[in-house]
Design a binder for this molecule. Structure first.
Ligand code: GDP
Length: 192
């Protein structure tokens, strides 16, 4: 797949605010600071498209981006701020739950984890949530450039073992490592 164009469509909290669209959707989840905005920018080959919503203070919303008029990339709100209130955690959970439960055209959910760290409890919860909702989980390990090149794929294998899946892919927003693989994968998912 070649990304020819992409545009920010809207941000939403509840299903009433989701864009009306028949396009298939691919969603990305992960804790705050995992590199999700940087991933979206690099994946779409746009300098700052993911930050558009951030500068408007909309990090806690679900952001929809239309890509190639072919699919919708959905940026789910980042979780896991250390000192977030119970109420905020609850609203985050409801937002994600509402989205995964109410989106008929959702094709796949990717979970982003930092390559340097063990998955957090929240990551595991999100991972299980993806499975419970009936989706095949895909994991992207971000910031691959932080490890020596020879250490990247062995670390990917550790994530495969941890989650018990084969669908784990390393990515770097700095170098673009892994981008081609993910473009291919997204194309396959959309053709499925
Ligand atoms: P988000 O909160 O998940 O959207 O995370 P951001 O995309 O804002 O990234 C959080 C921090 O990690 C920022 O300082 C980024 O510059 C940095 N970062 C994100 N992706 C990468 C990467 O692939 N490599 C490196 N070295 N740093 C990254």
């Amino acid at each position: 797949m070649v990304i020819k164009n992409s545009e920010f469509v809207t941000s939403a909290v509840k299903s009433a605010g989701y864009p009306q669209s028949d396009l298939p959707e691919i969603a990305f989840a992960g804790r705050s600071n995992v590199g999700k905005s940087s991933f979206v920018n690099k994946f779409l080959n746009r300098k700052n498209i993911a930050k558009v919503s951030k500068t408007q203070g909309k990090t806690k919303l679900i952001n929809f981006f239309k890509v190639n008029n072919e699919f919708m990339l959905v940026d789910l709100p980042g979780y896991g701020y250390a000192n977030v209130s119970k109420g905020e955690q609850l609203s985050w959970g409801k937002m994600i739950e509402g989205y995964l439960n109410n989106r008929g055209n959702l094709k796949a959910v990717f979970l982003l984890c930092d390559i340097r760290h063990e998955p957090t409890e929240d990551d595991v919860m999100m991972f299980n949530f993806i499975i419970e909702r009936g989706f095949t989980p895909f994991v992207i390990v971000t910031k691959a450039d932080k490890l020596a090149k020879t250490k990247v794929e062995p670390r990917v294998d550790e994530f495969k073992d941890f989650f018990g899946i084969e669908n784990v892919f390393a990515f770097s927003s700095l170098s673009g490592y892994g981008r081609d693989n993910l473009l291919k994968l997204v194309e396959e998912i959309l053709e499925d």
